[in-house]
Design a binder for this molecule. Structure first.
Ligand code: C2O
Ligand code: CU
Ligand code: CU
Length: 511
């Protein structure tokens, strides 16, 4: 591979080259990485979260109209929770359209999960029934989940991180002197497209979903962060609508090692040394980087490399779709978008500015991950296909009877299980496009994938798993829940445009 100076998109005649920024940020200089504010969610107190429009300065000197979640005067703060506490929230919807917040990754009771059946109209409030946080320490995700509008609302800004803490996290914090915003850093990676005035453009392209020309980290375009020669923890959340990232750290043109320490459902048992990770929309990958592997004055690039998650057929189809719709023709983006799917670009850089007296080491042990016993498990085979230009799950979409049920307590479900059942879900992808498959209600363990060994990012407790084109992936789910009524949960693709177009179904777990 070659590195350095490659543009994310060589925007046709536009001549934007030499940086990872596209239309909106042009020749923008490096920006210091934004660190989101945080909110310590009080135990048992009712907290009000408001979705509303506001204007932010994302591109320096320009205004961008965006949707935000406002909590206690912070926009999209990182919400901190302690395992075992009571979660009590009101969602105030001033977004201008139907919405509901989903707590992605939580094993919440379904009436508090943000199922689209509970979306409220503009001007209305949804009071989530209180529930106890039973999840492990880790990095979670809050975002809207109304039927058909999730992609739009996330794109315009409704997305934030949740951090749950427990004793395992306390130990790690102590071992590494972790401090939020100092050496424990959220990296919410999103791709967006800005017009010349700084406004967002949302133009999903057919089956590919939305792929933007500007990469943002924590809403910072062209970001950098100063670091010392210490171990840092980065909580990577792919908050993009459709784009997966294959990330590596480059020191010059050498890859640096780093360690995966956690995924969606929290810490792994032990750190796994890697030199790259794949991160799909909805996934959270928790990593440690030891900047003592670099020298003062080094610039370490977080870099995206080509991947094979999109079949050639899909790229062709996408370019065709773009032309049909006349997307991007004016600025010459159209032809390049296919290449951007598989291009190299910089996501951000870390500038090693300081040495420090520091003697910590990568911990040997993080947590306990007990494998799910799959003896006697039932198998649910879930085929991912396509029908009349829409991706399907076992031949169905949300519009095939799942949307608008007569009785929301008894809606159509794809399958039904009993509390305590262990289920093997076998995803069979018969399409040329990858699908990051997500379930609500439970964390699962990945058992095997047909097109290669499990990756470090497949280990531990997961809620979203990459299923590559033509791949079969088996996961184990222990459907034990502590709730005394039946639960209706979603199973869907986390490419938000696929999910909005109906690549989503319900399943039911009895009490
Ligand atoms: Cu993050 Cu049902 O989604
Ligand atoms: Cu979810
Ligand atoms: Cu999909």
């Amino acid at each position: 591979f070659s590195v350095g100076g490659l543009s994310l998109l060589s925007c046709g005649g536009g001549g934007t080259t030499g940086s990872s920024s596209g239309q909106g940020s042009g020749t923008l200089s490096k920006q210091s990485l934004n660190i989101p504010g945080y909110f310590l969610f009080p135990d048992g107190q009712r907290v009000s979260i408001t979705a509303k429009w506001t204007t932010l300065e994302v591109i320096p000197g320009k205004s961008t109209d965006m949707l935000v979640y406002e909590i206690d005067n912070e926009y999209n703060p990182v919400i901190f929770l302690r395992k075992g506490q009571t979660f009590s929230a009101d969602f105030v919807n001033n977004s201008g359209e139907d919405s509901i917040i989903h707590w992605h990754g939580f094993r919440a009771p379904w009436k508090s999960d943000g199922h689209p059946y509970y979306a409220v109209k503009d001007g209305e409030t949804y009071s989530y029934p209180d529930f106890t946080i039973i999840d492990r320490s880790g990095t979670y995700f809050y975002h809207p989940h109304p039927h058909g509008r999730t992609g739009y609302q996330v794109y315009y800004g409704l997305a934030g991180m949740i951090i749950i803490e427990d004793e395992d996290e306390d130990n790690l914090k102590q071992a590494l002197d972790l401090e939020y915003g100092v050496i424990d850093i959220p990296l919410i990676i999103q791709d967006k497209t800005f017009d010349s005035s700084g406004q967002l453009v949302y133009n999903p392209m057919g089956h590919m979903g939305f792929w933007g020309d500007t990469i943002l980290v924590n809403l910072t375009p062209n970001p950098y962060m100063d670091v010392e020669r210490k171990i840092y923890r980065f909580r990577i959340l792919n908050g993009s609508n459709a784009r997966p990232y294959r990330l590596a750290l480059l020191r010059g043109n050498q890859r640096m090692r780093f360690w995966v320490i956690g995924v969606e459902g929290g810490l792994l048992d032990t750190p796994k040394e890697v030199n790259e990770i794949l991160v799909a929309p909805g996934e959270r990958i928790d990593i440690l980087v030891d900047f003592r592997d670099a020298s003062v004055n080094d610039v370490i690039k977080l870099y995206n490399f080509p991947h094979n998650l999109i079949g050639m057929g899909m790229i062709g189809m996408r370019m065709g779709m773009g032309m049909e719709r006349g997307m991007g023709m004016g600025n010459g983006m159209n032809m390049d978008m296919g290449m951007a799917d598989n291009s190299e670009f910089e996501v951000m850089e870390f500038r090693v500015t300081k040495d420090s007296a520091y003697d910590k080491s990568i911990p040997q042990r993080l947590s306990e991950v007990t494998p799910i016993n799959t003896d006697g498990a039932q198998v649910q085979r879930i085929t991912l296909g396509m029908r009349r230009m829409v991706f399907t799950i076992n031949g169905e979409t949300w519009e095939d009877g799942y949307a608008n049920p007569q009785d929301i307590n008894n809606p159509k479900v794809l399958f039904e299980q009993n509390n305590g059942d262990v289920v093997i879900i076998e995803y069979v992808n018969n399409t040329g496009m990858y699908h990051p498959m997500h379930i609500h209600g439970f964390q699962f363990q990945v058992l095997e994938r047909s097109l290669g060994p499990l990756r470090a990012t497949d280990l531990g407790w997961k809620d979203t798993v990459i299923v590559a084109p033509m791949e079969t992936v088996r996961i184990a789910v222990d459907m034990s829940h502590p709730y005394n009524e039946h639960q209706i949960y979603l199973l869907h693709c986390h490419i938000l445009e696929h999910h909005d177009e109906g690549m989503m179904v319900n399943y039911r777990v009895n009490a």
